[in-house]
Design a protein around this ligand. Sequence first.
Ligand code: G1P
Ligand code: ZN
Length: 542
Amino acid sequence: MIRTIATKPYDDQKPGTSGLRKKVPVFQQEHYAENFIQSIFNSLEGFQGRALVIGGDGRFYNREVIDKAIRMAAANGFGKVIVGKGGILSTPAASNIIRKYKAFGGIVLSASHNPGGPHEDFGIKYNIGNGGPAPEKITDAIFTNSKTIAEFRIADAAAPDIDTIGEGEVAGMKVSVIDPVADYAELMERLFDFDAIGAMFKGGFRMAFDAMHAVTGPYAKEILENRLGAPKGTARNFVPLEDFGGHHPDPNLVHAKHLYDEMMRPDAPDFGAASDGDGDRNLIIGKGIFVTPSDSLAVLAANAHLAPGYKAGLKGIARSMPTSGAADRVAEKLGIGMYETPTGWKFFGNLLDAGMATICGEESAGTGSDHVREKDGLWAVLLWLNILAVRKESAKAIVEKHWAQYGRNYYSRHDYEEVETERANGLVEELRAKLSTLAGTEARGMKIAAADDFAYHDPVDGSVSKNQGIRILFEGGSRVVLRLSGTGTSGATLRLYVERYEPDPARHGLDTQAALADLIAAADDIAGIKRHTGRDKPTVIT
Ligand code: G1P
Ligand code: ZN
């Protein structure tokens, strides 16, 4: 039986950079999740009888919301729901399933790299039929709908069994429970040379992959150990836990410090990697070298043709604005297009769909290609493995040769987390007000060439996205960027991105923070970071 239930709107259901993210107790409020899911459906047209993909990263509250989403999809007229067994689908795997089975769209339940548990984070994101995050037109409509919602529709049925692979039914709608890993593993086998990578493992190559008790565990176990023959134990922390074992499933130098420390030891494995809560981010650490995500994008782009899926070459490269310009130099050398987009994977969708870009990346440990419409952690790891297997050199040698050829972009991000919203907004407003006066002035002896608030003109659909981050460009190619996070769940997070280009190989061995010290100080002089935030140092440096 289908029921229509009266509800009252909440005023805080505005999707951010990656969907709606809130603390679990917020989602547990009466009808909170139902309101948001109904607002998604109310923003869509033409889905009657079509398929909807549902899955999540397995965090606390995943199962409850999956149950509601399935029964609401049935009540709203979807013809079928495709759900990963146990409610599990990594974000890139969900994107692949939407595309492969030509679903109308998908609901992905995750708060990415944020911690999970009864008092931690949860999230709901809608992806469209191309497999990618909904564009702003749709997320804006969802928010508008959420502000006036008066009722939602739900099937009054028993919770469907999502733990057995096979076909079922809820209120006349089909429910197909699938193996979350199989389709994804098959896609990876098509893109990469599994024989070459397998031979490398057979030859004694050792790797540490840390799944951080999050969703990529089962994927890594199947692909690295079962299909590529890597030794047992290559995939670590591979059982997804509702609270990620109490850790942040965030593959950076803070939360995966143990992996970094191990990779710097003389007896380190040849290659180290990790992925985040929902499997779309990656951390790459070669023996003796941390590879920044911006450098990783550039190295992957320069070497992608060594993998079967990219042997025809790249059509173009896209990166988010705060990501370093390292990939730009690769695009220039290859003679292909380079696109600079706002932060957030959704901005890559049009470029990938239009065949203008093949590889995309963000400084925040996101790399991916046109094989799906999300960033993809394991994909990046496998492309690295493919390159290592073909070049038969260490990751360190490959990166250092890359710098020697293209120059090095020293790069770091400083995050000021949980700043009072008013103080963070005050900083941004004050900075915006003086942007037009900055060009031509000096900071710490460096001349400012230009300053603006980044606006993106989508070359495919003509849409314009304004206020996407403040850029201060110095003469010689260095820059600092400031923006407020769109994914936080408490207070505001100020991100400061700092980049310095160094062409001279004799100066490629500097400590990153030391190499950027002048720019960091200049950013504080210009923006008054300490004054506004009341902090004397960032919370996290990556
Ligand atoms: C952050 C990252 C951004 C990424 C997003 C989702 O967003 O900076 O690159 O796309 O998470 O993973 P932010 O919190 O900066 O808005
Ligand atoms: Zn993620």
